[in-house]
Design a protein around this ligand. Structure first.
Ligand SMILES: NC(=O)c1ccc[n+]([C@@H]2O[C@H](COP(=O)([O-])OP(=O)(O)OC[C@H]3O[C@@H](n4cnc5c(N)ncnc54)[C@H](O)[C@@H]3O)[C@@H](O)[C@H]2O)c1
Ligand SMILES: O=c1ccn([C@@H]2O[C@H](COP(=O)(O)OP(=O)(O)O[C@H]3OC[C@@H](O)[C@H](O)[C@H]3O)[C@@H](O)[C@H]2O)c(=O)[nH]1
Length: 348
């Protein structure tokens, strides 16, 4: 069986996939779909769990080491008969009988993934190897949440999936950028060599409620600063761009990819591109017109531009984002105000 990969090359899958559990072929009683979500206590993962749990035919197991995630993000499911939460680090092997694996375990914030770069690359390489070994052992379909960072500091703009990227192999972000690239390589090697059913999402900047308030990412920083009346810290030059996808759109895209027939990689993101200065102006206008903006130093290897070409997501998944940045920011403001205990100022 041959299918086309993102680079347009035919690649032959030499082996048929390992047989899924006989449970999937039950005639009289259709057993629940058993879904493992690694990193499910995190920002995107916990919203994914919420969506998956809405389907009564799904059982969800979350494994997480709580490096950046929190049990608080899953508190409404703890004790639910179709939900299990396991404290586990994916760099250690795991044996659970499942039908689907959403592999999200990896710190996403640059501050956190740069905190322990060796651990970050172990999580991306050994963690993904362990999850692929599990998928092979139990006959599960596995989805990897890769990232727009695989394009590095892109020379092609907007970025299509066929673009091979412009990545520094030895920089301070390489643990994440190269870690995710190796993870994608491992996914395709297990697909070609063992027939594993894989799905690869290249996620672009995602924001929404439950983001770690102090995780250092730009949207969470600006909103927390605006609410606390602190200057918005635009990292120089301020003209660099990102494209921001609201978390509910992201979750919808991930589920469509998992349950569709395409391996990917497929870009999932919102093509609405903003400079950091424009983002600051939007936050100022929507949340706190009095707040000041200050230019601060940036970190090495910060990509200068990023915007997804989402043609494949539209054509192959029937997906496109629905929520614009100006619609999504107020939802995040409400969440942060509630968590910080800072009510909106009454304008009399
Ligand atoms: N949020 C974004 O803008 C974005 C963009 C691109 C890709 N992604 C990817 O999406 C996934 C989720 O990102 P997020 O924004 O929810 O980040 P997050 O940091 O909130 O979630 C990551 C989760 O993984 C857990 N984790 C980290 N290392 C682990 C390990 N070794 N073993 C077990 N659990 C571990 C963390 O505790 C956390 O709960 C990540 O793979 C990230 O690379 C996110
Ligand atoms: O306070 C801040 C923080 C960040 N920034 C700038 O905002 C831009 C975005 O930075 P962030 O730290 O939010 O995130 P990045 O775009 O670097 O990575 C993000 O997108 C790709 C994902 O894979 C990563 O997981 C996610 O963190 C950068 O240009 C950064 O310099 C600010 O201007 N001010």
């Amino acid at each position: 069986m041959a299918n086309e990969n993102a680079n347009g090359n035919q690649h032959t899958v030499t082996r048929s996939p390992p047989p899924p559990s006989p449970l999937r072929f039950s005639k009289f009683f259709q057993s629940n779909m058993r879904i493992l979500v690694t990193g499910g206590a995190g920002f995107i993962g916990s919203h994914l769990v919420d969506k998956l749990m809405e389907n009564e035919k799904n059982e969800v197991i979350v494994v997480d080491n709580y490096f950046t995630g929190s049990k608080d993000n899953l508190k409404k499911w703890i004790g639910h008969p179709r939900f299990e939460l396991i404290r586990h680090d994916v760099t250690e092997t795991l044996l659970v009988e499942v039908d689907r694996i959403y592999h999200l375990a990896c710190p996403a914030s640059p501050i956190f993934y740069k905190y322990n770069p060796v651990k970050t690359i172990k999580t991306n390489v050994i963690g993904t190897l362990n999850m692929l070994g599990l998928a092979k052992r139990v006959g599960a379909r596995i989805l990897l949440t890769s990232t727009s960072e695989v394009y590095g500091d892109p020379l092609e703009h907007p970025q299509k999936e066929e673009y091979w990227g412009n990545v520094n192999p030895i920089g301070v972000r390489s643990c994440y950028d190269e870690g995710k690239r190796v993870a994608e390589t491992l996914m395709f090697d297990y697909h070609r060599q063992h027939g594993i059913e894989i799905r690869i999402a290249r996620i672009f900047n995602t924001y929404g409620p439950r983001m770690n308030i102090d995780d250092g990412r730009v949207v969470s920083n600006f909103i927390a600063q605006a609410i606390r009346d602190e200057p918005l810290t635009v990292q120089a030059p301020g003209t660099q761009t990102r494209s921001f996808c609201y978390v509910s759109d992201m979750v919808d895209g991930l589920i469509r990819l998992m349950e569709g027939e395409h391996t990917g990689p497929i870009n999932i993101g919102n093509p609405g591109e903003f400079t950091m200065m424009e983002l600051a102006e939007n936050v100022k206008e929507l949340i706190n017109p009095e707040v000041s903006v200050k230019i601060v130093e940036n970190t090495p290897d910060d990509p200068r531009q990023r915007k997804p070409n989402i043609t494949k997501a539209k054509e192959l998944l029937g997906w496109e984002p629905k929520i614009t940045l100006r619609e999504g920011l107020p939802f995040m403001e409400e969440d942060f105000r509630q968590r910080l205990g800072v009510p909106k100022k009454q304008i009399n």
